[in-house]
Structures are given as structure tokens and as C-alpha cells.
Ligand binder design. Structure first.
Ligand code: BEZ
Length: 210
């Protein structure tokens, strides 16, 4: 059955460029981003992995581990890593799962046969420390992902998990947020003593809580 938000991320053991990983143990108390790419030695994937490596300190700051996957073997990943460093200026600094037997791809439904019956699509799973899946994205092979967007969603989820707020369209860290409709004005007074702006009874805007 397809994975959905709120499901427990399936656990697995797999070989990676950084040795064997038992997924849930590897996540530990962190958040995790598991993302697949279609194939080694392909241009868009090369740019994505360079960018993810460049942004790794930003993921670290948010207590997020990142791990990539493709259906190529580990020795291929390792050779490809040299090209990533050479062309993108950032060495691969997180594990890449070698999923030649498609065990993990099948578990996470990353092969979409009507798009391509052998290669993984560009899937993204964001997983909380509880091991619950909090976000699922699927991109076609021809479109590289926006890793700044992945960081933005993580900022939103980490904020909204702590406070009774939701983040509006195109929100980025530091901008105003919305008080969740389930919070009454009475309860909101306790949580947001500095006040808020009511545009509609269901649309109350408040500075981002610290
Ligand atoms: C790429 O990463 O460049 C790519 C991979 C598979 C199909 C098309 C592009």
C-alpha cells in the first residue's frame, strides 16, 4: 500500500557510501530527509547532490540528517562522487544508498513504472524523530529539486510542532505566521500576549514565535 503522511517510515538495512545503515537507528533522535535520484552519472542528479552537500550545514543546524538513494551499486556511487566534487565544488558529505536490488525503492514506492520501469523518480520523504513520515514529494527525472524549499518546509514543521501556528503561502523563517483556527481567542491571549492582527475571525496573523 502507498505510504502516506503520518505513516511510520519503513525501516531497512542497506549499503551506502558510508557503510551499512540500519535506517531507524541511523535517524536516531534527528529528523531525516530520504531522497532518491534516477541514476548515477546523470547531469541533473549531479547538480542536486552538489547542492545538497553545500547545504548540509543548514540541515545539521536543524538536526536533520540527509541520505540519498539510487539503484546503482556502491562502487559506482563512489566513482561518481569524484565528478560531483569536481563539477559542483562540493564533495559528497552524506550517505548514498546503493539500492541495486531495489529493496528500498520498492519499500518506498520510488519506481513509477509508467514514468520509467527501472529508474527511481525523484522522491523526497521527510521523517520526524518519531519515524513518522511528515512530507512526501515526487518530481520527474527531468526536473531538479529545490533544496531551499526542503529546508523551508523543515523550518515550518519544526516551528508549527512547537507553537499553535501554521505558516502561510511562501513563508520563510522570521516572517509572520497564522494562529491555528482551533485556538480560541481566549486561549490565543495566553499564548500570544503581544497580540495579533485579525483579518477574518479564521485568519489571525501574529509575529513568528521565538
Ligand atoms: C538527470 O539526472 O540528469 C536525469 C536522469 C534521468 C533522466 C533524465 C535526467
Amino acid at each position: 500500500m502507498a505510504l502516506r503522511l503520518g505513516d511510520t517510515a519503513p525501516d531497512f538495512t542497506a549499503q551506502t557510501t558510508q557503510g551499512s545503515v540500519k535506517f531507524h537507528d541511523w535517524i536516531g533522535d534527528s529528523w531525516a530527509v530520504l531522497f532518491s535520484h534516477p541514476k548515477d552519472f546523470t547531469p541533473v542528479c549531479t547538480t542536486e547532490l552538489g547542492e545538497a552537500s553545500r547545504l548540509k550545514p543548514e540541515f545539521d543546524k536543524r538536526n536533520v540528517k540527509i541520505i540519498g538513494l539510487s539503484v546503482d551499486p556502491a562502487d559506482s556511487h563512489t566513482k561518481w562522487a569524484d565528478d560531483i566534487k569536481e563539477t559542483q565544488g562540493h564533495a559528497l558529505n552524506f550517505p548514498l544508498i546503493a539500492d541495486a536490488d531495489r529493496k528500498v525503492s520498492d519499500l518506498y514506492d520510488m519506481i513509477h513504472p509508467n514514468a520509467n520501469d527501472t529508474l527511481t523518480v525523484r522522491s523526497v520523504f521527510i521523517i520526524a524523530p518519531t519515524k513518522k513520515i511528515r512530507l512526501i514529494l515526487t518530481y520527474p527525472a527531468s526536473t531538479g529539486r529545490n533544496f531551499a524549499e526542503i529546508l523551508r518546509v523543515i523550518d515550518s514543521m519544526q516551528l508549527t510542532d512547537k507553537h499553535s501556528v501554521a505558516t502561510p503561502v511562501n513563508w520563510t523563517h522570521g516572517q509572520d505566521v497564522i494562529i491555528v483556527p482551533s485556538l480560541t481567542d481566549e486561549a490565543a491571549k495566553q499564548k500570544f500576549p503581544g497580540g495579533w492582527k485579525t483579518l477574518k475571525p479564521y485568519l489571525r496573523v501574529v509575529p513568528q514565535p521565538k
